[in-house]
Design a binder for this molecule. Structure first.
Ligand code: HEC
Length: 197
């Protein structure tokens, strides 16, 4: 009997830890405290007023500047066309090709030996591609990147969130802690992302 109570309590505790991580990851991913109910009824992410912050102390982009919940966490042409010219997606201080970015949504991708311009892929299938530890069948538009979600997310911060092309940690951005990377991964593998808004 005691053993059973212990198992039940541990399961509840673990489940609530995962829930906290998903929430922390969600807020970090979107750069503010997400109002889940308001987001679900609006069909786009709604950030609670006064809670927005600059993730990773970088250029002001959040992961969601490119990975939009209303587009299965990718970016559609219609969404891109509707962005205002000063949207952080078009951040001017990095080595983006502004014509490719504005005209075709092609983002400068650097990492894993690559230096290319690519579309932002949807993230809603990560939960079928990856196990709970974030090891995936493959990642990247051409399945040519690291297949570990933790390593990929760290690379995404360095790649897309820096203030300048030097991409110097501690100057252009602050590297996320291992806990923050885990939070991002737990969020990306959660039903919030897999099933969408
Ligand atoms: C400036 C736009 C931009 C931002 C900001 C951005 N990404 Fe991405 N993301 C991309 C692009 C472009 C790719 C495609 C890269 C490739 O194919 O190598 C991508 C790919 C990914 C993938 C791989 C998906 C797959 O199915 O292969 C993951 C996971 C990911 N991003 C997570 C993140 C996380 C986490 C953040 C925030 C820390 C982030 N991204 C910020 C543009 C962005």
């Amino acid at each position: 009997m005691k053993k059973m109570i212990f198992v039940i309590l541990t399961t509840i505790l673990l489940a609530s830890c995962v829930k906290d991580r998903v929430k922390a990851g969600r807020d970090l991913f979107h750069g503010g405290e997400v109002d889940v109910k308001a987001s679900q009824s609006a069909g786009v992410i709604v950030i609670k007023s006064g809670t927005a912050f600059n993730p990773f102390e970088g250029n002001g982009r959040s992961c969601a500047s490119c990975h939009r919940a209303e587009n299965k966490f990718g970016m559609s042409e219609a969404t891109r066309d509707g962005l205002s010219a000063d949207d952080r997606f078009f951040y001017m201080g990095l080595d983006e090709d502004q014509a490719l970015l504005k005209g075709h949504g092609l983002v400068h991708v650097i990492g894993d030996g690559l230096d290319e311009f690519r579309q932002t892929p949807a993230l809603n299938e990560l939960c079928t591609l990856c196990n709970n530890y974030g090891n995936c069948e493959s990642l990247g538009l051409n399945s040519d990147r690291t297949s570990n979600l933790q390593a990929f997310s760290l690379g995404a911060v360095i790649n897309h969130h820096a203030r300048s092309p030097a991409r110097q940690p501690g100057v252009d951005f602050v590297l996320p802690s291992p806990g923050q990377v885990k939070d991002l991964v737990d969020y990306m593998l959660s039903s919030d992302v897999c099933e969408g808004l």
